[in-house]
Ligand binder design. Structure first.
Ligand code: NAD
Length: 299
């Protein structure tokens, strides 16, 4: 029975990548131009290196061009801005992603805001953030976009439902709130200064955990039948093995919830699929083409 409760991000993300490849193929055929995604990696963070490697592989798999800039940890802010400016003007580049975190001597906000909004496939530029909160069409941050697609597989309209998000980051928590509002949920955001999170979570029909604390959410925190989206990716050691766990105690919560995303294999694969989807979305206007109806992917 518990298999029916699992929201399989591997299956949904594979469907999205297949659709992106199909639509991308049509776009290439119609325009003679191939969408290009530029990834900028600064320094040697092992987790970032793995993410970037995956992103590059999956970009090529859908038939898009991958442009890579691997820069030394010591690159200056000025040099990085110069690279972003060049990519902004490059007609072979439709999407630009600067892998976070950046080294401390570089102001991330300044770099992210330097990316042309129409090439901002991470959806972090202030213009895209503003559009998202205004309910206008925009490039939406990939992880929350992926979460919203998974939620829509269960229910497209969350009227009358309470959604609680734990975490208020610009990358996950805040944009997630905007997307759930758009789906008519009543949304609460909890964070490190929230008092008695457990009580707030108990009211959630949809609970999104994006904190970075291994297995923080216990079964006593959740309502019977809650839908749980676990964004957390935490590397821990258990019984002398290195394993990945989420922010939710999966084994404890499985019985009580109605649906849950596993870690790994839940939200994680959706992030890259949505990055490719955003690259496709960014490419239509840049190639002078009308964006087709993508509701079959987004819902
Ligand atoms: P972040 O560190 O930027 O934000 C964490 C948030 O959690 C903050 O808003 C903070 O206020 C809140 N928080 C911290 N301690 C808390 C506590 N004790 N109680 C309640 N709230 C608390 O992290 P992020 O970038 O939003 O990522 C969150 C998690 O999601 C991490 O585990 C990260 O690895 C994971 N993540 C996964 C993907 C994916 O593709 N699956 C993408 C991005 C992030």
């Amino acid at each position: 029975m518990s298999e029916n409760k699992i929201i399989d991000g591997k299956i949904v993300s594979a469907e999205i990548r297949k659709k992106v490849k199909e639509l991308g193929g049509e776009l290439i055929k119609n325009t003679g131009k191939t969408p290009g995604l530029a990834v900028v990696l600064v320094g040697d963070n092992p987790a970032s290196r793995v993410y970037v490697k995956n992103k590059i592989e999956k970009t090529k798999e859908v038939g898009f061009n991958s442009i890579e800039h691997k820069l030394d940890e010591k690159v200056t802010e000025k040099e990085l801005i110069k690279i972003v400016d060049k990519l902004n003007e490059d007609l072979n580049v439709q999407g630009i992603l600067v892998q976070l975190p950046l080294p401390n001597h570089i102001n991330s906000d300044k770099i992210l805001d330097r990316i042309k909004p129409e090439k901002d496939v991470d959806g972090f530029h202030a213009q895209n953030v503003g559009k998202l909160w205004s309910g206008l069409t925009s490039l939406v941050p990939c992880t929350p976009l992926g979460c919203s697609i998974l939620v829509k597989k269960i229910s497209k309209d969350l009227s009358g439902k309470n959604a609680v998000i734990i975490g208020r980051s610009n990358i996950v928590g805040k944009p997630m709130a905007a997307l759930l509002l758009e789906m008519n949920a009543t949304v609460t955001i909890c964070h490190s200064r929230t008092r008695d999170i457990e009580t707030v979570c108990k009211d959630a029909d949809i609970l999104v955990a994006a904190v970075g604390i291994p297995e923080m959410v216990k079964s006593s925190w959740i309502k019977d039948g809650a839908v749980i989206i676990d964004v957390g990716i935490n590397r821990i050691e258990r019984e002398e093995k290195k394993i990945l766990v989420g922010d939710v105690d999966y084994n404890e919560c499985l019985d009580k919830c109605s649906k849950i995303t596993p870690v790994p294999g839940g939200v994680g694969p959706m992030t890259i699929a949505c990055l490719l989807l955003n690259t496709l979305l960014a490419s239509y206007p840049q190639f002078g083409e009308q964006t087709p109806d993508l509701s079959s992917i987004l819902e």
